[in-house]
Write a protein that binds this ligand. Structure first.
Ligand SMILES: NC(=O)c1ccc[n+]([C@@H]2O[C@H](COP(=O)([O-])OP(=O)(O)OC[C@H]3O[C@@H](n4cnc5c(N)ncnc54)[C@H](OP(=O)(O)O)[C@@H]3O)[C@@H](O)[C@H]2O)c1
Length: 310
């Protein structure tokens, strides 16, 4: 197994995903230095041996820097914006690995800007929420130079159950966008059928118990079951971030001339979720919107149900 102390590794972004992912690397003994805009959110990593940086410039002498922030423009800011990782003169890291969900266009632009500085870029977005990361079930999809993937793979494997290399350039971005379009569509569909079953008289826990045991059950339907049964909508992924991904999917559909009617509807349901005041809840709150539209008020069932992760 690769010695993770050989290279100095930087980490940008200690939000929900970044904190959970960097925690796994730090616990694996990686030589890690972490920057987060809001420093306090990165501080829990110190107990696992990571150093907390005050500025992005403190990560410039790293061999590899991982980033996971919110949107394309946030990523551009931390990497090539004023005061960013490779801003100004002097050397930057050898490799940047980005795990943010961003557009193909933004990714290509960043790859070119980093290449001008001699920095290799691996696009490596992820599937799974922070609890999935903690359970060791995260997945990466990566694209960029094969040799860069090979060098970074041992680090990826400390954070996930599998890393798929899909080719050169920005190919992993479209894979991730497709994945999250499916996430939005599936969640809206799950909300619709759960409300339908309930309105017809079936308790949600009984309905989802069957669905989870059926051929259509999945890791995802299982880990969203506690939220749907007991109405705990503590955020794992925000409606704003899901809307961003559905918009990226619709933009890509236009660019490649692929009709995406279900994605379009799901996007507007997520917009309605935000407009109805649920922006601070988990995106699974699509269930609440659906129930309201069906003319029923949901109550927590207060039934202990497994999320399939813990
Ligand atoms: N949550 C999920 O289930 C999930 C799953 C797969 C992929 N993703 C993707 O992963 C990315 C992060 O998601 P998340 O749920 O971890 O989001 P989050 O909890 O909102 O964290 C966002 C992170 O980005 C930083 N950030 C945002 N804008 C910034 C800026 N302009 N400059 C510097 N730092 C900035 C935040 O810093 P502060 O702490 O200072 O705000 C924070 O560390 C998104 O692209 C999302 O689509 C999320």
């Amino acid at each position: 197994m690769t010695d993770l102390t050989q290279r100095k590794v930087g980490w940008i972004g200690a939000g929900r995903m970044g904190l959970a992912m960097a925690t796994r690397l730090a616990r694996a003994g990686c030589n890690l230095v972490v920057y987060n805009r809001t420093r306090a959110k990165a501080e829990p990593l110190a107990q696992h041996g990571a150093r907390i940086a005050d500025a992005l410039a403190d990560l410039r002498d790293c061999d590899i820097v991982f980033a996971i922030v919110s949107t394309s423009s946030d990523l551009e800011g931390v990497l090539v914006g004023p005061g960013g990782l490779v801003a100004g003169a002097g050397r930057g890291p050898r490799i940047v690995v980005d795990c943010t969900s961003i557009s193909l266009e933004a990714s290509a632009k960043l790859r070119a800007a980093l290449a001008e500085r001699g920095v290799e870029f691996l696009a490596a977005p992820v599937s799974g929420n922070a609890k999935v990361v903690k359970a060791g079930k995260l997945s990466f999809v990566a694209s960029g130079p094969r040799h860069t993937f090979d060098e970074v793979e041992p680090y990826l494997l400390r954070m996930c159950q599998g890393a798929s290399y899909v080719g050169e350039g920005e190919l992993s971005r479209i894979v991730k966008i497709c994945h999250n379009v499916f996430l939005g569509v599936v969640t809206q569909s799950l909300a619709e059928i759960t409300v339908l079953a309930q309105k017809a008289g079936v308790p949600r826990h009984a309905f989802l118990d069957f669905m989870n045991k059926s051929v259509l059950g999945s890791v995802f339907s299982r880990y969203k079951t506690p939220a749907m049964v007991n109405l705990d909508f503590a955020v794992t992924f925000t409606p704003h971030l899901l809307r961003k991904d559905l918009d990226l999917g619709l933009d890509a559909g236009r660019r490649f001339e692929v009709p995406m009617p279900l994605a379009s509807l799901a996007r507007d349901m997520v917009q309605a979720l935000i407009g109805n005041g649920h922006a601070e809840k988990d995106f699974a709150a699509l269930l609440l919107l659906e129930a309201r539209a069906a003319g029923i008020e949901l109550e927590p069932e207060n039934v202990p149900v497994s999320d399939g992760l813990s």
